[in-house]
Design a protein around this ligand. Sequence first.
Ligand SMILES: Nc1ncnc2c1ncn2[C@@H]1O[C@H](COP(=O)(O)OP(=O)(O)OP(=O)(O)O)[C@@H](O)[C@H]1O
Ligand SMILES: [Mg+2]
Length: 324
Amino acid sequence: MEVEDYTSKIKSLEKENRILKKKLERSEIDRSKLEAADRNKETLLKKVICDLQEYQSILEKKSNDLEQTLTNLSLMQNKLVEAEKMAALGGLVAGVAHEINTPVGTSITLASTLRDETQLLSTLIETGCLKKSLLKHYLEIATEVSCLILSNLNRAGELVQSFKQVAVDQSSSERRSFKVKEYIQEVIISILPQFKQNLCKVSISGDDTMQIYSYPGALAQVITNFINNSILHAYLPNKIGNISIYIQQESDQVIIQYRDDGSGIDPEIFGRIYDPFFTTARDKGGTGLGLHITYNLVTQKLQGSIDCESELGKGTIFTGLFWV
Ligand SMILES: Nc1ncnc2c1ncn2[C@@H]1O[C@H](COP(=O)(O)OP(=O)(O)OP(=O)(O)O)[C@@H](O)[C@H]1O
Ligand SMILES: [Mg+2]
């Protein structure tokens, strides 16, 4: 080999060496970059783990809070259900007072007439001015007035009796045998006076003799909620409404159909009417529990089912079906 060959070989080796050195330098840089990236990743990962742990504890706290809120909510709901029952009972008492006022007031007036006539009679006897015709007149008045007093007091007695039963049924949850039509009539009489501006007529049709063994308190509350809703939601003030209730029994099944000819329920909210606290009348004091309670009473207490049909501008029909 010539010297020149060696020189050129050395040069080429030197060149290769330089290239390799550069490559080495570059991979050194890449390695340190990778190491730095690794370190970054590790820090990032640690941070992510840290954040995750924090989120987890926040989530745990939140779910504890949520559980507590849920417990409070169901306690509140129970209290509201009780309050609603008490409000219904309060309304019932107001109804009793209003209904009984008339026969008792009339009886007082009649009794004072009888007292005046009797006093007049005794003066006539004392002064010796009693004539047969005056005595006859007195006897006629006394007979008529005492008959009227008796019938008015009988009416008051009947009202007290039926109200007593409705009130007891509403506060207790006893199962007993009762005549459905008569009972619903008593419920209607007892709640209508609460609605002073009410112009609705409520009629009930179906078998007078139908007697069932069931929960009258639950039935009373269901009917009360339906009537409340029609008066509150279905009719504008001063609008005359027609509400009809139809009862029917088919072997062990009782069907009660309640119908109003009011505004109907907007299809947009129709699917939510049984939801607890759903109301379109919060400004008028609605709590949104009425139909929720009604649904529970029919499906749980009465072991039945409830169905609603409604058409805007035409009215609403609730059909309850339960076993006896
Ligand atoms: N007969 C009806 N006609 C028109 N809308 C009705 C009728 N019954 C119920 N609704 C609608 O269904 C909603 C829910 O009724 P629900 O009885 O549960 O609550 P509420 O009457 O608003 O309040 P609450 O009964 O607790 O006082 C009402 O707010 C109303 O919009
Ligand atoms: Mg209601």
